[in-house]
Write a protein that binds this ligand. Structure first.
Ligand SMILES: [Mn+2]
Length: 370
């Protein structure tokens, strides 16, 4: 019998471009915090060990302080009698300049360094076959030709960082492309092993049932292509078979409200922001719609009221002209204003300028009293 926690794609040191320095630093700390919680899960649940299937680090040049922080977090496993196996992925590949060859990790941490062939790792009660990703070897050692040497009564698993194909468009939003170690579903299904631990795609997904092959996804979201709850997999293999438990993890979640086309209403917008509000959420919303003439909505004002109720709030607006425009042909100030502005909006080809003109039109009409 064997039990372990399977994770991948943690991406320690991720840049979080677009969040700015302050929030970016908080998100980098979130990743470390999630790693600490993962280690604690292994210990608290008394699992045998932790398997990290690629991209523990975001890039091969992570600063020394961050690496030593990770190292100290992982050292808790060894001191608690738990094993830890790290498989290098496409973001932290093995090779001459690999951080796995330069930095020091706890002596009991097993780092897979063989690329181009499967390394056989014998753990207490479990045999792991794993291959490291290297720039020179962007393919998985041929699975179908490999006879995984098993031991009667001892569970055997395979760990691969790569893209399972056919991907069936399942990965369109979070795949980094199939150039990284393509593995076919067919090849996986031919394997006579108990479990296939995958890494590379960033969302939780079991791809085959026999043997069970699974992507746990990133335990901490890295952006809006990784929406919602994140997970790690607790795997238990015994004579009865394989049990997989999907455990929710992560410090913060990304939420995206689908683009809306509707009549703008200040109360409605505020209500949606209120309902979703959570300081551990990053929310993105594109509101596209129109307001009634004379009903100018100060979106900045609404957002300011909600900014500190989210970790990060990004609302993009596209204000359209009202559907029920009424334009008089007289020479009153409002009619002249409307005719001039609508003419300018119609002629405007620059989208940024068009947006400003539309907003100016709405504000102007509201100042005239509708
Ligand atoms: Mn990754």
């Amino acid at each position: 019998m064997a039990s372990f926690l399977h994770t991948a794609d943690i991406h320690v040191g991720a840049k979080f471009k677009g969040l700015g320095d302050e929030k970016g630093n908080i998100r980098r700390e979130d990743i470390l915090q999630t790693l600490r919680k993962i280690v604690d899960l292994v210990i608290d649940r008394d699992l045998d060990g932790l398997l990290i299937v690629g991209d523990l680090f975001d890039e091969r040049a992570v600063n020394a302080a961050t690496i030593s922080m990770v190292s100290s977090v992982l050292s808790k496993l060894g001191s608690s009698g738990k094993w830890c196996v790290i498989v290098p992925g496409n973001h932290d590949p093995i090779g001459d300049d690999s951080l796995y060859n330069k930095a020091s990790f706890p002596s009991d941490t097993i780092i897979v360094k063989d690329a181009g062939r499967f390394e056989r790792i014998e753990l207490p009660g479990l045999i792991v076959f794993a291959s490291a990703f290297s720039e020179e070897n962007r393919t998985v050692p041929k699975l179908q030709e490999r006879n995984f040497e098993t031991v009667e009564g001892t569970p055997t698993i395979v760990a691969i960082h790569g893209s399972v194909e056919p991907a069936n468009n399942l990965w369109s939003s979070n795949a980094e492309g199939s150039q990284y170690c393509p593995i076919s579903v067919n090849d996986i299904e031919k394997l006579d092993v108990d479990y296939v631990a995958l890494g590379h795609f960033h969302s939780y997904r079991q791809v085959t049932s026999k043997p069970p092959a699974l992507y746990p996804g990133s335990p901490e979201s890295l952006g809006y292509d990784e929406i919602g709850q994140r997970y790690v997999a607790a795997v238990n293999v015994d004579s009865a078979g394989v049990q997989i438990e999907k455990i929710p993890v992560g410090e913060k979640t990304y939420v995206q409200i689908p683009e809306s086309i509707e009549e703008w209403d200040e109360a409605k917008i505020a209500d949606i922001l209120e309902k979703n509000s959570d300081r551990n959420k990053l929310l993105r919303w594109k509101i596209k719609g129109w307001a009634k003439e004379g009903n100018f909505i100060d979106i900045e004002n609404i957002l300011n009221a909600f900014n500190n109720q989210y970790f990060d709030l990004k609302v993009e607006t596209e204000l359209l002209l009202p559907e029920d425009l009424t334009i008089g042909s007289d020479y009153s100030a409002i009619s002249i204003f409307k005719r001039k502005m609508l003419g300018a909006i119609k002629e405007c080809e620059n989208p940024v300028e068009k947006k400003r003109l539309t907003e100016a039109y709405m504000l102007g009409v509201s100042l005239f009293g509708g």
